[in-house]
Design a protein around this ligand. Structure first.
Ligand SMILES: *Cc1c(COP(=O)(O)O)cnc(C)c1O
Length: 383
């Protein structure tokens, strides 16, 4: 495809698609085979090596969308995150983590990293002096998420990338919440970008998958780790992921619009005490988010004025959202993090992070904005 047709929506549809097509098929076929005939020059194409046709096709599309030289698809978001970290850290190395993390990543870095001989320090993402203070001669990497869960804080991402560059560290970011439609971390200097493609990239709540993007050199290192740890992407999931990616821009724009409309509606409602969404002027990181992002993503949080009882009644009264964790699908999901995503933390630790029992997290889908707002209006009137 010529370089002039490089707008995101066009790339989502056409990047990675071979011309001429395979057998005339507009849709890239699923190459489900595990092993391929040996070419005259030798070499092995094998599913676990992530170098078979459907896997390579998915890599090309993902690299184009994240604006990276290369991409590597993985069996899950956790496979992407653990592989990215394994590709930059060895026994004895030190990793700085800025801010709060997805639960699985938090457990990996607190409970599993010591078995690998990695030393990990968690620092305040908003306090550059704390990053400097954490530096050691053996520091190799700094890790962050674009938007924290569930309180949707936005760290000083440009500052973190610059800090890493200044000190020769690898910078790694989990960009699951914004997706490249809203934010492209390589553009501000992040070395490795990870996603749970289970969420918005696939967007239909029907596969588990992940991706890492970066320079060809860095992805080659990650690829070598993935081959050994075995977390390669199944071709059928790869086919579904590529299908989801073609509509990514449309879905994310609708989710941005839905989340902002509901956040504004809730903020103006007397039964709601607090709303957190980076698209609201009242959010502490709104200015930074507005500068870095093209949209604010599908997730927002709020607390009913009447507390836990009202939160529980509201979840029952809403007709459209399913009561479930996760995010990024076409259907709207609603959950109380205290009993789902953050149930593993002690009540004291949750409270210290601002995750109270009556905190409700909403991950919007692509339903009509007016219907979602009406559903909230009716549900709040009825409780
Ligand atoms: C879901 C999620 C993950 C883990 O992804 P899996 O596909 O479940 O392995 C990592 N980071 C974030 C921000 C997530 O939301």
């Amino acid at each position: 495809m010529s370089a002039s047709y490089s707008r995101f929506e066009t790339l989502a549809v056409h990047a990675g698609e071979p011309r001429p097509t395979h057998g005339g098929s507009i849709v890239f076929p699923i190459f489900q085979g595990t092993v391929y005939e040996t070419p005259p020059e030798g070499g092995v194409d094998y599913l676990r090596y992530s170098n078979t046709p459907t896997q390579t096709y998915v890599h090309d599309k993902l690299a184009a969308l994240e604006g990276a030289e290369a991409a590597l698809a993985t069996a899950s978001g956790m496979a992407a995150i653990s592989t990215a970290l394994h590709s930059v850290a060895s026994a004895g190395d030190h990793v700085i983590v800025a801010g709060t993390l997805y639960g699985g990543t938090h457990v990996f870095l607190t409970e599993h990293a010591p078995h690998l001989g990695w030393n990990v320090d968690f620092v305040d993402a908003a306090d550059p002096a704390a990053w400097e203070a954490a530096l050691r001669p053996e520091t190799k990497a700094i890790y962050t998420e674009s938007i924290s869960n569930p309180l949707v804080r936005v760290p000083d991402l440009a500052g973190i990338a610059a800090f890493a560059a200044r000190h020769g560290l690898s910078s790694i970011i989990d960009n699951t919440f914004p997706t490249p439609v809203n934010f492209r971390p390589h553009q501000i200097g992040f070395d490795l970008v990870c996603h749970s493609a289970t969420k918005t990239l696939n967007g239909h709540s029907d596969i588990v998958a992940g991706v890492i993007t970066g320079s060809a050199d860095r992805i080659a290192k990650a690829h070598a780790c993935l081959k050994l740890y075995g977390g390669s992407l199944d071709p059928h999931a790869g086919f579904l992921l590529a299908r989801g990616l073609k509509t990514l821009a449309l879905r994310v724009r609708q989710q941005n619009a839905n989340a902002l409309a509901i956040a504004r509606f809730l903020e103006g409602h007397r039964a709601i005490a607090e709303v957190a969404y980076p698209g609201l002027e009242s959010h502490p990181d709104h200015a930074r988010a507005a500068e870095l992002f093209d949209g604010f993503g599908p997730v927002l949080c709020f607390r009913p004025a009447a507390g836990l009882d009202a939160a529980e009644k509201l979840l029952k009264a809403l007709e459209l959202p399913y009561v479930a964790p996760s995010l990024g699908g076409v259907e709207t999901l609603i959950t109380r993090p205290a009993i789902t995503s953050h149930a593993g933390m002690s009540p004291e630790a949750r409270s210290a992070e601002g995750i109270e029992d009556d905190l409700v997290r909403l991950a919007v889908g692509i339903e009509a904005t007016e219907d979602l707002v009406d559903d909230f209006k009716n549900a709040l009137d009825s409780i």
